[in-house]
Design a protein around this ligand. Structure first.
Ligand code: BDR
Ligand code: CA
Length: 314
């Protein structure tokens, strides 16, 4: 069965990898890429989406430009991780195409026209999704499912002590999406931190492959690998956004539990935190937030294997 997918992205190194994985997966029919401000400003993200499609020979897929700022907070980007352009040190040929305007309108119209049929895969801040829901309440609940890379449940954050970048990027949007009663599954850092390609593998196996896609992968990941070395962190690259694509393809590779949760929208230290109500012995009526599916475990080797096989072909 082929699933119709709207892929909402802020490319971004691992967003580009998620796009490549979705393109390489016959089970997925990408209806459009919708782009949001996040890792880089909207304009750069749109350019990168167009370039990655052109690089893959798939320029027939529409790209919609979406929100250039979060709902409430000021924009935050992550150029220190993703590079000045958003694609690390990779330089792809410019695309001759223009993006279309109106990402959130496209999401709203598509879900409304095909209720129950379309999977939304969101791997950036959730502004475009929240805006679609604001056009018409109930929009997101018409998706077959909404898979979101975001949050840190029982894991420290990566953008602040307690919060993950996409939820820090637009905490209010994340909250509106969680509260939309859509069929949301979160793929948080708890899972994506178990799905990484170490620098040693990049140098020993991927760089020598010599293919265009292998070169693109290595150039994109240079900066993040360097940062990991300097900071004494993970020396390699986490496949955050590709993990969400794999969830859509092979949900059985993930352990998913339902938790009551909400997103912090005011905390000075905790803005954007995914707050999970795990209090012992509390009746459901007194729990905070909304019951939400959250992936907490993953068969890492299988996920990595699928990525290597489909994207790197090796
Ligand atoms: C998320 O933030 C971005 O840096 C990545 O593209 C991913 O979507 C990980 O926290
Ligand atoms: Ca992303």
């Amino acid at each position: 069965v082929v699933m119709d997918v709207i892929l909402d992205v802020d490319p971004g190194v691992d967003d580009a990898m998620a796009i490549l994985l979705a393109l390489a997966s016959d089970e997925i029919n990408i209806l459009a890429l919708t782009v949001v401000s996040g890792n880089v400003p909207l304009r750069s993200g749109v350019d990168n989406a167009l370039k990655v499609l052109a690089f893959s020979g798939r320029s027939e897929i529409p790209v919609y430009a979406g929100a250039d700022a979060p709902l409430v907070r000021a924009p935050v980007h992550a150029k220190q991780v993703h590079g000045e352009t958003g694609l690390g040190n990779a330089e792809l040929a410019p695309s001759e195409r223009e993006a279309r305007p109106g990402a959130s309108e496209f999401i709203q119209k598509t879900l409304t026209t095909h209720p129950g049929k379309v999977t939304v895969l969101a791997v950036g801040p959730l502004t475009n999704l929240a805006l679609a829901e604001r056009i018409e309440a109930g929009t997101l609940a018409r998706a077959k499912q909404v898979v979101v890379m975001g949050g840190a449940a029982n894991e420290p954050g990566n953008s602040s002590p307690t919060a993950e970048f996409n939820f820090v990027g637009d905490p209010h949007a994340a909250r509106e999406v969680i509260q939309s009663r859509a069929a949301v599954t979160l793929i948080p850092l708890d899972v994506t931190h178990q799905v990484g390609i170490p620098a040693e593998e990049i140098d020993r196996k991927i760089r020598p492959m010599g293919s265009g896609v292998a070169r693109f992968f290595c150039e994109m990941t240079d900066i993040v690998v360097g940062l990991g070395r300097e900071a004494g962190g993970y020396v390699g690259v986490y496949l955050h956004d590709p993990a969400a694509v794999v969830y859509a393809l092979r949900p059985e590779l993930f352990d998913v539990v339902e938790y009551w949760c909400d997103i912090e929208t005011e905390g000075e230290l905790t803005l954007g935190q995914l707050v999970v109500d795990q209090r012992e012995g509390l009746p459901e009526s007194r729990r905070r937030g909304v019951l939400t599916r959250i992936a907490v475990g993953v068969s890492s080797e299988e996920v990595l294997g699928l990525f290597r096989q489909r994207v790197l072909k090796g």
